[in-house]
Design a protein around this ligand. Structure first.
Ligand code: C2E
Ligand code: MG
Ligand code: MG
Ligand code: MG
Length: 282
């Protein structure tokens, strides 16, 4: 009986495993092609100056315009990209595209915008990362003072002297560094002292329960006062309600991003949104 079910379990286990591996290899192969053939897109989510309500920047977020499955969100392919190392060419593509877009907006007469790009820990750890960024900036003509690199705490887990040096080099290039999803990862606050980070992004999971949930209030106020004492700016992510906006503004949060203002938008829709917002505040 036990032997029987054991054998069955084995029989079921094997195809399931094979299926998963096949699926992973298939997605990786498709993704590799997608990067080369131009199936990736960047969407841009507005960031709002909390004090004035003006558009102050945007975050570039990658999507995959899959020929069969349609527009795929990053959680459906970024994990595969991380596992396979494809995040490196993908991330370089995203940085280049965001830089090119900033130049296009400038040429189209839009007011200058800060553009934030997500950078994976795997990219940061590469020896050639700073050189790659410098090359992309030079080739695209983007304004480094208006390009922000977003990193997560996982990129800082082993803050080696080399890593610290490369952060300093990125700042020397004129770029801004931001810490994404602050408080959700492996945190040692000592990196805030050693690294030239200019902004903290309060994760959506903490904004969610504002202004009623006592834990979210505690974490958010602590983050805001820590940032203030360290002379860092703060962006709150995932702002969905007026109550959240009012609370964050009253506590001195500098910038906000979330569905209350806008979802991430394709280039055309973002341009229209930006024009309307700018006109409304002129
Ligand atoms: P993230 O960098 O923390 O980006 C914020 C995510 O929150 C985005 O999801 C955005 O659409 C979503 N969001 C913004 N406002 C709201 C809101 O009010 N409510 C809710 N429910 N969600 C909101 P998205 O675009 O699906 O991206 C997910 C993650 O994928 C990003 O999280 C980032 O970690 C990763 N990602 C996206 N693009 C890239 C990229 O080019 N490179 C790398 N390495 N990672 C990327
Ligand atoms: Mg981000
Ligand atoms: Mg985030
Ligand atoms: Mg995230």
């Amino acid at each position: 009986e036990a032997k029987e079910s054991g054998r069955n379990a084995y029989r079921f286990f094997l195809p399931e495993m094979t299926h998963r591996v096949t699926h992973r290899l298939q997605v990786e192969a498709e993704l590799r092609c997608a990067i080369e053939t131009g199936e990736l897109r960047l969407h841009y989510q507005p960031q709002i100056d909390a004090a004035t309500g003006r558009l102050c920047g945007c975050e570039a977020l990658v999507r995959w315009l899959h020929p069969v499955r349609g527009l795929l969100p990053p959680d459906q392919f970024i994990p595969f990209a991380e596992q396979s190392g494809l995040i490196v060419p993908l991330g370089e593509w995203a940085l280049r595209e965001a830089c090119l877009q900033q130049v296009r907006w400038r040429d189209a007469g839009l007011p200058p915008l800060d553009v934030a790009v997500n950078i994976s820990a795997l990219q940061f750890r590469r020896r050639d990362f700073v050189a790659t960024v410098a090359r992309v900036l030079a080739e695209t003509g983007a304004d480094p003072a208006r390009i922000e690199l977003e990193i997560t705490e996982s990129a800082l887990m082993d803050a080696t002297p080399e890593l610290v040096a490369s952060f300093d080099q990125l700042v020397a290039l004129g770029l801004t560094l931001a810490l994404d999803d602050f408080g959700t990862g492996y945190s040692s606050l000592s990196y805030l002292k050693r690294l030239p980070l200019r902004r903290l992004k309060i994760d959506r999971s903490f904004v969610d329960g504002l202004p009623d949930n006592p834990e979210d209030v505690a974490i958010t106020s602590a983050t805001l006062s820590l940032a203030r004492d360290l002379s860092m700016d703060v962006v709150a992510e995932g702002v969905e309600t007026e109550e959240q906006r009012t609370y964050l503004r009253s506590r001195g949060c500098g910038a906000m991003q979330g569905y209350l203002f806008s979802r991430p938008l394709g280039v055309k829709a973002f341009g229209e949104w930006a024009r309307e917002r700018t006109a409304a505040f002129a």
